[in-house]
Design a protein around this ligand. Structure first.
Ligand SMILES: C[S@@+](CC[C@H](N)C(=O)[O-])C[C@H]1O[C@@H](n2cnc3c(N)ncnc32)[C@H](O)[C@@H]1O
Length: 292
């Protein structure tokens, strides 16, 4: 048995390791739970400093898709995202690189360095979004790309809110009995052999699996480059306190706002395209009002 996959509650440890904050929604009323049309940099300038708990977004990059002729500036976006986040706030991004003439553009890595070096973000983690369901056709001259990067930027010393319990994944050997030698002490001796039942679920690692065709929503399918709703759903549960506010400056079909509404968080979504703004608003209207 692969004991590396074994976890117990004790090993997983407390997920809420410090007092979780009680937050009040501090974004201006005119932006609260709204999808706003415009250039995200300009719209974010209208938001006060430190009013957002979490940003989840997937920016356009390398001109891979044509979104109704948009223009964007990832450097200026990072500056505003940093400013509007609260201390301890998180910005999670989904990004990849274009491949041209057998080489990657490196936009993802450049953006990570830019946001960390120039605005003060710290890289909490960079998890891999493993895409299940990528076209299986034979890619003649290179590997089939079945992942994207999800850098998780942190403003401040530590996340203000962190609850990874809802993100647990099934253990391969859940329910079986694990026995093995204990841990190695610094003097080289080992602790006593242990026998214990492996938990059904374990702490999530740094490769996150999502089904690309998981959201069979006709409205969402009208947008050319969406991410699964499950991505913002996971980030929001983990990093946004109840009643907190989630921002997506490139909201597209509204996936982040939809997840926020379902999880009873406040949201602001921005998109430069009137067509996508309408799709996002329609998707949100289809969800019963749950926020008071
Ligand atoms: C990758 S898509 C986001 C898709 C979204 N995650 C979803 O699941 O529907 C990027 C979006 O950014 C929008 N966009 C591009 N430039 C923008 C800008 N300067 N300000 C706001 N939105 C912009 C595009 O219209 C497009 O909808």
């Amino acid at each position: 048995m692969d004991t590396k996959t074994a976890t117990t509650d004790k090993q997983a440890g407390p997920t809420n390791a410090w007092d979780q904050p009680v937050v009040k929604c501090s974004i201006p009323h005119k932006f609260t739970n709204k999808i706003v049309k415009g250039n995200c940099v300009e719209i974010m300038k209208e938001l006060p400093d430190g009013c957002v708990d979490l940003v989840v977004t997937s920016p356009p990059y390398d001109g891979i898709r044509v979104y109704n002729g948009c223009s964007y500036d990832l450097h200026a976006t990072g500056e505003q995202v940093y400013r509007v986040l609260k201390d301890g706030g998180i910005a999670a991004m989904v990004i990849q690189d274009q491949t041209k003439n057998f080489a990657k553009s490196l936009t993802s890595f450049r953006t990570i360095l830019d946001w960390c070096d120039n605005f003060g973000f710290r890289l909490f983690e960079c998890v891999i979004y493993r895409k299940h369901g990528t076209e299986g056709a034979w890619w003649k001259t290179r590997f089939r790309v079945d992942h994207e990067y999800m850098p998780i930027f942190l403003k401040g010393n530590r996340p203000a809110y962190f609850d990874k319990a809802p993100l647990k994944v099934p253990s391969k050997h859940g329910g079986k009995i694990m026995s093995g030698s204990g841990n190695r002490r610094t003097d080289g001796t080992t602790t006593d052999t242990v026998r214990r039942e492996i938990n059904a679920k374990k702490c999530r690692g740094t490769i996150w699996n999502y089904l690309m065709a998981g959201d069979k929503n006709k409205l969402k399918q009208q947008h050319p480059a969406v991410f699964p709703d499950a991505i913002p759903f996971d980030f929001i549960q983990c990093f946004c306190p109840p009643n907190g506010c989630v921002l997506d400056p490139f909201v597209g079909s509204g996936s982040t706002a939809v997840a926020a509404k379902r999880l009873k968080r406040n949201y602001i979504g921005i998109d430069i395209s009137g067509e996508y703004v309408e799709i996002a608003r329609k998707r949100l209207r289809a969800i019963p009002e749950v926020l008071i």
